[in-house]
Design a protein around this ligand. Structure first.
Ligand SMILES: [Zn+2]
Length: 405
């Protein structure tokens, strides 16, 4: 897509937007395309407001971004969060959330919410699966009771939750998997995507299709073509960051994205290494989610513009500097590194909360930096100067663990 200045449709001062939103849900205004890569900035409009892209979605698995209140998320600049249909289905149950007025009201978050379909968790967490054309029989990972979810059930659940973006129910194969298994997963994913596209939706709800295909380029491309033929509001690349080596992961992203429509938002599911996100942005990816910033906070580690370090370590014992110098978050504006370390080491919950505040702020700040760099045509410079030092250097085991969360 050529850089097209005429597509500067929207003033990006997000505070200037109020309900009723000036653009209908599903509108994706691409604002600037990087001249040297496929990176772009845009605004995706949803029923609960606009999302500036590229965007990072903090993960609220159990209808809460762990340790944070909705006003913390707003203060950090979060414009969209993710929640997990599977977990909410198991506990507290959809009927309770429905009785409480839907997921937004239940959790007190009035901004956009993306819900996954439950597919990933069904295939990664639950026991004794039986895959049928209509869905998957499985056992709850909490109490072992028998459950069934397929495309019809997943879309009905997401309609009940009332999320702004619903994901198709897909089959997510493990890594490694054979070409035959990956091919069968693509067949199921496409069959189910066709059903998902035709289910009833919540008011203004968008539906995204998910590209599967493992590490096999032809399968990724076939899946992308098939989904595009069905036609979705946006598209995701799934089945990545499930334990594969980084070069394979980045190739899967590139293969998954290449044939998707350029005028629709693209989302890589579960990717949270900042350097890998920057590489994906260069391939034209617009949305990310990961539990890395919140999970690593609970492990006592901080992300900064210069990398990743353990606040719990002895080096911070008498350190009067904030967790990150120059950071504008409440934690860094108020407390010393030594204090946060102390809280973590005596298991005071405030320590985890402060570090979560900081890490989520840092992630959102990094995405703001990326958007700013793309907007002024300097994304290549930013990528060279900044992205490399943001590597999480997460081990394969880490990547598998965070995805399971
Ligand atoms: Zn901070």
């Amino acid at each position: 897509m050529p850089a097209d200045e005429d597509r500067f449709l929207i003033n990006t001062d997000m505070n200037s937007f109020t309900k009723p939103w000036p653009r209908p849900p599903g509108t994706f205004d691409i604002q600037k395309v990087d001249p040297h890569s496929s990176a772009r900035t845009g605004v995706l409009w949803t029923a609960h407001g606009p999302i500036e892209t590229p965007a990072f979605m903090p993960v609220g698995t159990q209808a809460t971004v762990k340790c944070l209140e909705p006003r913390d998320l707003t203060a950090a600049g979060a414009q969209v969060i993710l929640s997990n249909t599977y977990h909410l289905l198991v506990r507290p149950g959809l009927e309770i959330i429905e009785a409480c007025g839907g997921l937004h009201r239940f959790m007190g978050w009035d901004g956009p919410i993306l819900t996954d379909s439950g597919g990933f968790q069904v295939f990664s967490l639950s026991g004794l699966r039986k895959i049928r054309d209509t869905g998957v029989e499985f056992q709850s990972h909490i109490d072992g009771r028998a459950l069934f979810i397929g495309p019809v059930e997943a879309m009905a659940a997401q309609k009940t939750l009332g999320s702004d973006i619903a994901m198709c129910f897909d089959e997510c194969p493990p890594y490694p998997c054979s070409a035959q298994s990956a091919c069968q997963a693509v067949d199921k994913t496409l069959l189910w995507a066709g059903l998902c596209a035709n289910q009833a939706r919540a008011s203004g709800q968008l539906v995204f299709g998910i590209v599967q295909g493992g590490e096999f380029r032809e399968l990724r491309e076939r899946c992308a073509r098939g989904l595009t033929a069905i036609g979705f509001d946006g598209y995701a690349v799934g089945g990545v960051s499930v334990g594969e080596p980084e070069p394979v992961l980045l190739q899967e992203v590139e293969d998954g994205v290449r044939l998707l429509p350029v005028d629709r938002p693209r989302y890589v599911m579960g990717l949270g290494d900042m350097w890998q996100m920057a590489e994906a942005v260069a391939h034209g990816v617009d949305l990310f989610d990961c539990v890395i910033p919140t999970r690593h906070a609970r492990n006592g580690s901080a992300f900064t513009a210069h990398g990743f370090y353990p606040v719990k370590a002895g080096a911070a014992k008498c350190d009067t500097r904030p967790v990150e110098e120059g950071c504008g978050c409440y934690c860094c504006q108020t407390f010393s590194r030594a204090y946060v370390r102390h809280l973590l080491n005596v298991n005071e919950i405030l320590g985890v909360r402060l570090l979560t505040l900081h890490n989520v702020h840092r992630y959102l700040e990094t995405l703001r930096e990326m958007r700013g760099a793309i907007a002024v045509g300097a994304f290549g410079d930013w990528r060279r100067a900044c992205a490399a030092r943001l590597r999480v250097a997460a081990s394969v085991a880490d990547a598998q663990a965070v995805n399971a969360g």
